[in-house]
Design a protein around this ligand. Sequence first.
Ligand code: PLP
Length: 395
Amino acid sequence: MSNVHELNYLKDQVQELKDQGVYRVLPILEGANEPEVILNGKSVINLSSNNYLGFANHPRLKKAAIEAIEKYGVGSGAVRTIIGNMDIHEKLEVELAAFKREDAVMVFQSGFNCNAGAIQAITNKGDLIISDELNHASIIDGVRLSRADKAVYKHSDMADLERVLMEKRSNFENCLIITDGVFSMDGDLAKLPEIVALAEKYNCMTYVDDAHGSGVLGESGRGTVDHFKLHGRIDFTIGTLSKAIGVIGGYVAGSKVMKEWLLHRGRPLLFSTSLPPAAVGAISEAVAILTETTEYTERLWSNSRFFKAELGKLGFNTGASETPITPVIIGDEAKTVAFSKRMLELGVFVSPIIFPTVQKGTGRVRCMVTAAHTEEQLSRAVKVFEAVGKEMALI
Ligand SMILES: *Cc1c(COP(=O)(O)O)cnc(C)c1O
């Protein structure tokens, strides 16, 4: 007998995923996120994390986390407004604002939560949001939560952005242009100087989600805005604390009034418990390290230059990346999945990225090089790329 509580409609949809060959099984990591890991019981080189600086298992961050637990416990106990706001949360925001060279920072529990909370809080009915077509899923969801009208421009196409502005800007009160700082599938940078110029010409605000630029670009990882020397000309900058910073969390950087407003209207901040002390302690230490030394970001960039050059010499197409994100473009979807599977068999974990995440025919494995990889590990990975590339007649 069929019963709605057997969730047959979901079972049917899961079966459809299986039939289409896109049903997922999660890989299981045994131990910390390191350049070499035990994955599904097998030792492999990890080219698939966002742990850009190797901070996720850094001794100084771990020590700071343990000290924070000892003094503050494992949980903050509440949302920030009803005393889940410890002195270390306040201190972290001051440190992050100084690091980012902005007037104020508001920390959220994740980068996703920043977009879910900030976009709807800073826009209203009668406003217009203009978004790059390749913006991250959390921006798309954040925009959906807003009562403003929405428009999309072709990826990094400034003529198309200006077309939208000319057509629509005058019909709306405020206008917010939103872009990723670094686009995560291709590793290309937003054309921020041009976007800022258009925003200034058409009296729009700017919002940059710099999840993949935080800890990567700019002086010692201060981000894409710092890279382009656009301080003071971007209204809202989102950073993650979960990628290069190695822990969890996100923040909105900008003006003092931004912070005051999000404190009253940032829903994830008002209705979800604040970051645990261990995370706050570890993030503070990460910011301290980046303030002390540029050695981590320098190693990240020299490793990624080395790796890209080696793959290029073999004849692989690494696309138009301007960052350590290194796509190796295979093309055909099935071939991409087969390539990644064979790489894993030979001891290198690189995730396949295919349609609908990227355009049809542009399937790629996306390599994430980190500061923690040794040249020896990267060379070994390149050898496996060579072997699989030749085996599959790609090079
Ligand atoms: C990863 C990512 C996020 C989400 O950040 P989390 O801190 O993992 O929630 C948001 N925006 C962009 C552009 C991202 O790449």
